[in-house]
Design a protein around this ligand. Structure first.
Ligand code: FAD
Length: 512
């Protein structure tokens, strides 16, 4: 028999969106809860998100903003883009569950949300919401309302990657979401949040999961969970061995996930018989390569084109980042593109690439130049020689692009055909001629926002075994579960939305 060191009703593993929502729900429903977080900061990848957006159609924040969307329309959209790769009932649970969750959360004075319009990622699918009215973000929180959390909440990304201080004015986006939940949880005495306490194993008695083993200060601590264990420990994007084993394209160096997202919770679940699905999947994006050698999630390209090793365009550069990432990966796999590929642009806005959201800030230009990542030529021919692509191809590619930009229609790759493509260019197709030298090129790779394959669950977030039966006492949410969205990213806010909702549903199931 296990010698328990600590006891609670609910053990939550991880402190991203799913972890804090699960812990909050448990505390509010009168259960005692222990949340264990592997690192010395709360928030995970969720806290890195600049928007902290959630895709929860028809939720109260959207209703307040006057949306005329319906759940039926949202379901039709979601079903059409996800297809039958994941169980229909899991898809429905996600689409239907967001609105009641926001209603539940907003009853707490600490938890406030508002609309952030962001177009759906498949603009031509039936019932796509092109005005972005399915997307919601947490309201900002002045740091003065929770100064003790400033150093405790992870991020922003620049703090972790560039050593810049955490902002002292506002918690924004994912940091606001985490800080708001931590504030909301604070008032419940039976909620304990423990940092630097990774879960390493689950404890099983009979056929049920009854607790977990956590490493703390070099000791193994056994925590009994009377009602259940919620695994909300993010993906395994930081673990190259697991990436290789499951065939996830890309490498840990280029992921956006924090260092502890190593898949230990996945492995603990698998060790007690959990079934898995979608293990080769991630939320993808192009990555701008920085002098530290890491390619980081970049979006919102206001000009420029991508060219491959042949000096030819090969994708719609303004497509939603996951679709773009998948497109690029497919071409890397069939050999029609190689790394790096290049963003080619002119000098209209200076020498820095026209990327408005790099997520990790650009550092000094010289550092990119010294690292061989950015090149400049007075002519396209000179630039082509520097990046090693055939000059005649690059000249022809740019001429063709300029011709299409003049017409305002990308006949080759459909750039600007969908609302998302135009969201960052005042509604116009983002087709800006490349004609004002000197000419520049910036190296790009592939990044991801985390893996999205994991433990298979039912609609109550109960983890299923290989026969499809729930493993008593074991639940999973977010990137630790096999995502309901399968092999697509239907719209901004799906990852955090999935994490929060299934964290909540798991605990509601434990409450019974
Ligand atoms: P995480 O938020 O990564 O949390 C997992 C936590 O578990 C971490 O704190 C980790 O340290 C901890 N952990 C890991 N292993 C263990 C262990 N063994 N024991 C204990 N703890 C452990 N998605 C959206 O939906 N909307 C957005 O607006 C959005 N914007 C983004 C912007 C950026 C710049 C990035 C990088 C990502 C963005 N994403 C967005 C993606 C999204 O942030 C993640 O996919 C999502 O937050 C994952 O949530 P999670 O709860 O599953 O995991």
């Amino acid at each position: 028999m296990t010698q328990w060191n600590e006891e609670c009703d609910v053990l939550v593993v991880g402190s991203g969106g799913g972890g804090v929502t699960g812990a909050y729900t448990a505390a509010r429903e009168g259960l005692s809860v222990i949340l264990v977080e592997a690192t010395d900061k709360f928030g995970g990848t969720t806290a890195y998100s600049g928007g902290g957006g959630v895709w929860f159609p028809c939720n109260p924040a959207l209703q307040r903003a006057g949306t005329d969307d319906t759940i039926e329309d949202a379901l039709e959209y979601y079903h059409s883009v996800v297809g039958d790769r994941t169980p229909r009932e899991l898809q429905d649970a996600y689409v239907r569950g967001g609105a009641p969750l926001i209603e539940y959360l907003e009853q707490d004075e600490n938890l406030k949300f508002e609309m952030l319009p962001w177009p759906d990622y498949f603009g031509k699918a039936p019932k796509a919401r092109l005005d972005g009215q399915r997307h919601t973000m947490p309201s900002v929180l002045p740091v003065s309302e929770a100064p003790e959390l400033r150093e405790v909440v992870r991020g922003p990304l620049d703090a972790d990657r560039l050593g810049t201080p955490a902002p002292d004015d506002y918690f924004i986006g994912g940091r606001a979401l985490i800080a708001r939940f931590l504030k909301a949880i604070e008032k419940y005495p039976d909620a304990t949040l423990q940092r630097s306490s990774p879960l390493v194993e689950l404890v099983v008695e009979g056929d049920a999961v009854v607790g977990g083993i956590v490493e703390r200060d070099g000791e193994r601590v056994a925590i009994r969970a009377r009602k259940g264990v919620l695994l909300a420990a993010g993906g395994f994007e930081g673990n190259d061995e697991l990436r290789q084993k499951y065939g996830v394209p890309g490498v840990a160096r280029d992921t956006m996930g924090p260092s502890a997202n190593l898949g230990k919770a996945h492995q603990a679940g698998i060790a007690v018989g959990a079934d898995t699905d979608l293990m080769e999947q991630a939320w993808w994006s192009p990555g701008m390569t920085h002098p530290d050698g890491r390619s980081a999630f970049a979006l919102w390209f206001t000009a420029g084109i991508f060219v491959n090793q042949d000096g030819k365009r090969f994708v719609n550069e303004s497509a939603p980042y996951d679709r773009l990432g998948r497109d690029i990966i497919a071409q890397l796999e069939d050999g029609s593109a190689t790394l790096p590929y290049w963003m080619v642009y002119d000098h209209k806005e200076g020498e820095r690439p026209p990327v408005n959201a790099t997520n990790v800030s650009m550092v000094e230009t010289e550092k990119y130049v010294e690292a061989g990542l950015w090149h400049t030529g007075d002519t396209l021919e000179e630039l082509a020689a520097k990046i090693g692509v055939p000059a005649e191809n690059l000249v022809a590619t740019v001429a063709r692009f300029n011709e299409m930009a003049g017409k305002g229609v990308d006949e080759d790759f459909g750039r600007g055909d969908e609302a998302y493509d135009r969201a960052f260019s005042n509604g116009e197709p983002p087709l800006v001629t490349i004609d004002q030298g000197p000419y520049h090129a910036a190296a790009f790779g592939i990044s991801d926002l985390g893996t999205k394959g994991g433990l298979r669950t039912d609609t109550a977030a109960r983890v299923l075994d290989k026969s499809g039966n729930p493993i008593p006492g074991l639940y999973a949410a977010g990137n630790t579960m096999a995502a309901p969205s399968g092999t697509v990213y239907p719209g901004g806010g799906n990852p955090i939305g999935t994490s929060m909702l299934f964290g909540h549903l798991a605990v509601k199931d434990m409450v019974g």
